[in-house]
Design a protein. Structure first.
Length: 292
């Protein structure tokens, strides 16, 4: 069995030696210690290359629920032969957990910095314990209150929601929408206990909107697009940034490049026409200057 040094593996894989050690530290590259030094069996490295060649054709994006992103991914998968993207709308925080644990290839998030009161990249250090990620803007979208058509409850603000006792259904804990709603309540000086139904939870934007359509709630919170789709009234509260977070070692991959290039294709741009409440003016822009 041929034994290779880290330097030799670096040349063999055409990635820098620092990255080799990082992959070993994260248990992502097979290695052994011989005489106190990290060494590699070429046979195992070749197996690793084959395994990752197959795996790299699959991209797993986990994170926030968004109907436009789902449509983008469906269009991308239909137009591409070499790459397939899987999407799990599990919430922003859970998506970051899966990314941190190397289960997900990328994460889609909308996390507002409540301390600095703006969109920063502080969540990289807070939830991923690292800044070795590229952050790309996918779009901005409007968040607000879903109301029954004609607004029979007469709600025009969060203050009305608290004072009029209208029944409410919230989003699940750990979602970016729930984090944003809690921040807006705090900014307005409203205690969650004043909201009738604060602890009731919907799994998705569509689920929240459907609850209002069916009358099981007078009000919910979510994105404008769902309100338009379900013919609900909508009270805008906030315009939020929606990001794609990708590890640096995947950011330069052919799969990631293909997906980002797709965002500028006519097929994608045409699909935007039917999605009210989205702003694509910064789509594809890299938000951290040191992204490689």
């Amino acid at each position: 069995m041929e034994i290779m040094s880290a330097k030799e593996v670096s040349k063999y894989l055409r990635i820098n030696e620092k990255m080799i050690y990082r992959l070993v530290q994260e248990s992502r590259l097979p290695a052994v210690r011989i005489g106190g030094k990290i060494s590699f069996a070429k046979e195992l490295i070749d197996d690793w290359i084959l395994e990752n060649t197959q795996r790299e054709k699959l991209v797993f994006i986990a994170g926030s629920d968004d109907p436009l992103l789902k449509k983008i991914i469906d269009l991308f998968n239909a137009s591409q032969k070499g790459t397939t993207i899987f999407y799990a709308p599990v919430g922003s925080l859970r998506g970051l957990e899966l990314l941190r644990d190397h289960t997900a290839s990328a994460s889609c998030v909308h996390i507002y910095d409540m301390e600095k009161k703006g969109y920063t990249l502080s969540y990289l250090r807070k939830y991923l314990e690292s800044e070795n990620y590229a952050v790309i803007n996918l779009f901005f979208r409007e968040q607000g209150l879903y109301l029954q058509k004609g607004n029979p409850a007469g709600i025009t603000s969060l203050g009305d929601l608290a004072s009029r006792g209208a029944s409410f259904i919230n989003r699940r804990k750990g979602t970016g929408t729930r984090l944003l709603f809690d921040f807006l309540l705090m900014e307005a000086g409203i205690e969650p206990s004043k909201i009738n139904g604060y602890d009731r939870e919907a799994e998705s934007h569509l689920g929240a909107g459907t609850a209002v359509v069916r009358g099981t709630a007078d009000v919910s919170v979510g994105i404008r697009f769902i309100a338009a789709m379900l013919n609900l009234d909508f009270v805008p509260l906030f315009k939020e940034r929606f990001d794609l977070v990708v590890p640096y070692d995947r950011y330069t991959s052919a799969q990631t490049k293909a997906f980002l290039d797709f965002l500028n294709e006519p097929l994608f741009l045409h699909s935007m026409k039917d999605h009210e409440g989205y702003d694509m003016s910064q789509t594809g822009s890299v938000l951290n200057k040191d992204a490689r």
